[in-house]
Write a protein that binds this ligand. Sequence first.
Ligand SMILES: Cc1cc2nc3c(=O)[nH]c(=O)nc-3n(C[C@H](O)[C@H](O)[C@H](O)COP(=O)(O)O)c2cc1C
Length: 327
Amino acid sequence: MAITMKTRITELLGIRYPIIQGGMQWVGRAELAAAVSNAGGLGILTALTQPTPDALAAEIERCRGMTDSPFGVNLTILPTASPPPYEQYLDVVIQSGIKVLETAGQSPKEFIVKAKAAGVKIVHKCTAVRHALSAERNGVDAISIDGFECAGHPGEDDIGGLVLIPAAARQVKIPLVASGGIADGRGMAAALVLGAEGVNMGTRFCATKEAPIHDDIKQALVGASERQTNIIFRTLHNSGRVLKNTISDEVVATERRPGGCEFGDIRHLVAGARGRAALETGDVNSGLVWAGQVVGLIDDIPTCEALIQRMVADCQAQLAVGRSYFL
Ligand SMILES: Cc1cc2nc3c(=O)[nH]c(=O)nc-3n(C[C@H](O)[C@H](O)[C@H](O)COP(=O)(O)O)c2cc1C
């Protein structure tokens, strides 16, 4: 019989298992989001992967054609010289009837007010307890707390999940999702024990059959050990964790040069178009490939359904193992 679970996260998001696929630039498309939602988790489309707000509306419709289950949209708001039309993307989320928004980066209060007024639940992803508390005060519905292990931007505090998750759980009152460093039932069990009511995964979902990226990239994730990520942009105070490859090695070397480095020195290496091309062509050394330390825990490329079923069953089994130590 299929396992069912109930936490404040499953209740809030209307999902069967408290497992979320975090927003992922170039990867968070309909194929993956629908597969995760069909498997009982929450799939998330990445708004800025779509070139325009209209294209996001079309992608939402495409995803609806692939699943009847709820799915969400990620809106990542980062400081940039020429920002995309964030509010128009938000308007598309609202007008399309999407019920869950994952925000990351900044989360302007007026966006929160607008989304909530439209009945959208907001899961705000952040990397520090103080940011979680401020988002909670601003009215978000849940917090995803992203530990230093994570792919993407882990912040500048370098606090791993083993401390960050309970530190957040002690203070945050709204439902908490643990993110970063989780790839299997063991990690999920740990997250629940540390005080989270759900988990968010990025890298693990890249190595699934439905992830819309080249198979050679998935194989590179399977082949990598937990030591094979790099932290880039550290000297620019915008740290990012990516797969270790010739490009990210060169970025790190440039940053460590005596005299330091300006963004202009590495711009040609880190261009989003190069990263996208790497994912599409499978040439792992041609651009940045965002990935977390959990690459060391990934050794197959299952369907999302098989992955989620296995995780939930293993999580239950691991919790039972823990209990068995008490006589
Ligand atoms: C390829 C890739 C792209 C990502 N892009 C984004 C993004 O655009 N916005 C965002 O909020 N997080 C992004 N992330 C971070 C994930 O949503 C998630 O927080 C993170 O992967 C969790 O850590 P894990 O990889 O250890 O599971 C990305 C992660 C990956 C692997």
